[in-house]
Ligand binder design. Structure first.
Ligand code: PEP
Ligand code: MN
Length: 345
């Protein structure tokens, strides 16, 4: 990790507008960042939008603006989608690039982009793909690293598309970050609370939460006047909001300086409960095997839809009466049930 990742107790931050709109807009944002001692700025020139009639960015017209920002001491970051974008950026001295969530899903395209970077880039942020597919995310990171051994390649978490209309624009599925970290403990991770949230009022909570999970820093959308933004207006925060957010955020320590005996005691209790859970699961599994044998002996079907829906509903009711999250208990039981079905196959 580079020494500029964490300054004292402050997280590493890259912030700027969703899209570069005008030179004036970028310079207003840059002044705000410099006031806070932040050098890293984001600004999208080419915007991959879902619908063809939306604002698709100023394109290469904005390259001279980014170049000028560099002379003010700003490090501009922008998204590259087509291989030609990489060439245009490098020709303008823009060496901090990111791959968007739609790009990461396309291995051939990632390969071409990575090749065009030609080890001339400093930092490449690789957003997670829109679907929760760890291999695709990891594969994109590996492809970028393959052709750019000297670059810092960062895993950028922006949440995942779901069909449910939950509270987030993109479901964070934090577990995906832990899984990738398990596979690649050497990687640096940033979170993108703006694209997770989809709305400005959630940004500060998600930002602190990401840091509390040990994520190294944040990638944030800020705009001098979010209501007039040409893309992602609802999720951008204004410069004053950003200043107070930066002042509030703090990186907590992982281990306590004091010997926290109470924490150790509670952790031991959790370990003991987990042991009981595993033992119960083992007991349950043994009974399932007996059931399986009986069904075979009596030529009975494995799956009873009625029994499945009834027992699931009763577990969910039980969860409610014990003040547990019914959705979580439901998910656990669906998993346990599918394990039981597999045991009988
Ligand atoms: C962006 O960062 O503005 C962007 C387009 O994000 P994503 O690729 O996460 O949708
Ligand atoms: Mn955006």
């Amino acid at each position: 990790m580079l020494d500029w990742m964490i300054m004292e107790n402050r997280p590493y931050i890259i912030a700027g507008p969703c899209s570069a709109e005008t030179k004036e807009q970028l310079f207003k944002v840059a002044d705000c960042l410099l006031e806070l001692g932040i050098k890293n700025m984001r600004a999208g020139l080419w915007k991959p939008r879902s619908r063809p009639d939306s604002f698709e960015g100023v394109g290469s017209e904005g390259l001279p603006w980014l170049k000028e920002l560099k002379s003010k001491g700003i490090l501009p970051h922008t998204e590259v989608i087509l291989p030609e974008h990489v060439k245009l950026c490098l020709d303008s001295g823009i060496e901090h690039l990111w791959l968007g969530a739609r790009t990461t899903t396309n291995p051939f395209l990632v390969d071409q982009l990575a090749q065009n970077m030609n080890n001339q880039v400093k930092v490449v942020l690789v957003k997670n793909p829109i679907a929760p597919d760890i291999k695709l995310w990891l594969g994109a990171i590996e492809r970028v690293q393959k052709y750019n051994p000297d670059a810092l390649v960062i895993a950028l978490h922006r949440g995942f598309s779901t069909y449910s209309s939950g509270k987030f624009r993109n479901d964070p599925l934090w577990d995906m970050v832990f899984r990738l970290r398990e596979l690649r403990p050497d990687l640096t991770f940033l979170s993108d609370p703006s694209h997770i949230a989809g709305q400005a009022k959630l940004i500060s909570n998600i930002s602190q939460f990401a840091l509390d999970l040990g994520i190294n820093g944040l990638f944030l959308e800020i705009h001098p006047d979010p209501s007039k933004a040409l893309s992602d207006a609802k999720q951008q925060i204004n410069l004053e909001e950003f200043k107070s957010l930066v002042k509030q955020l703090h990186v907590k320590s992982l281990v306590s300086q004091k010997n926290l005996e109470e924490l150790e005691k509670l952790r031991t209790q959790v370990d003991e409960i987990d042991l009981k859970l595993i033992k119960s699961l083992k007991e349950r599994t043994d009974i399932i095997r007996e059931i399986s044998k009986l069904k075979k002996d009596h030529d009975l079907q494995i799956f009873s839809y009625e029994r499945y829906t009834e027992s699931l509903a009763s577990r969910v009711e039980l969860a409610k009466s014990y003040e547990l999250d019914p959705k979580v208990v439901e998910d656990i039981y669906r998993l346990i049930h599918s394990y039981s079905v597999d045991l009988q196959s």
